[in-house]
Design a protein. Sequence first.
Length: 285
Amino acid sequence: MGIIFSIVLLVALVSLYDYFAARRWQQVTSAQRNELVFEHRNKAYGAYVIRRDYDKRMIIILSSVILGLGLIYGTYMIIKSLPEEVIEEPPVDMSQFSVAAPPVEEVEPPPVEEEIPPMEQTIAFLPPIVTDDIVENQIPPQDAMVDVNASTTTNEEDNNSFAPPPTDNTPPPVEKKEEEVFLDVEESAEYPGGRASMMKFLADNMKYPETAIEAGIEGKCYLRFIVGTDGKITDVKVTRPVPDCPECDAEAKRVVRLMPRWKPGKIGGKGVRSYFDLPVNFKLN
């Protein structure tokens, strides 16, 4: 804009110089020369009027150009100095998160190949061979089996003494009492960066199950999990599943388990274990 203004101003200055130079005797627009040339002649002739009014017209034209240029430049500077309008982003609904289904791509089924059945494994049957070898280990009679236990080896000694099993003097392990999990806290657990960052994490990692897309299933999955004092998420459970879509529930649980450590909930300024409920909405486009 400044370059254009400089060029127009230069043209105006050149025109002004030409105007003032035209007032000399040598120029045809000189007033003294025109009065002398058209003395005792018809001054109503067009050439006299054009030469006489030339200076007036040039002043009007140059003044209009400079004034118009000044108005344009001034308007430009005023508009430029105005504060930029801040466009407020629409409020984000933090009560739930929706998973949009990706566009369905039609995939041609692969050609069906004829399956060749595998060859069955067979074993040749060999008839038993009768030999004349003497059997050394003979079966004892029934009377000898009274008050005797069966075993793979023969033991004829009578030994009724036995050593008692060793006793372990180690004290039983003390069960560690789990910390209480609070449902209502003074400061709720928070995803690092706030709910907007959590929604972005879910949108980047959540995938709409293919089976749900093919079946046209939509619905809302309600999750509840525990945020520990160290911010780690544990015990992710589905309190209300998506109807007829366990894959949607499993996908929501999978993504929640991938989350980084949260800021734990607090009671009296101290971090505690607390429950957090998160609804996830699966919706087809």
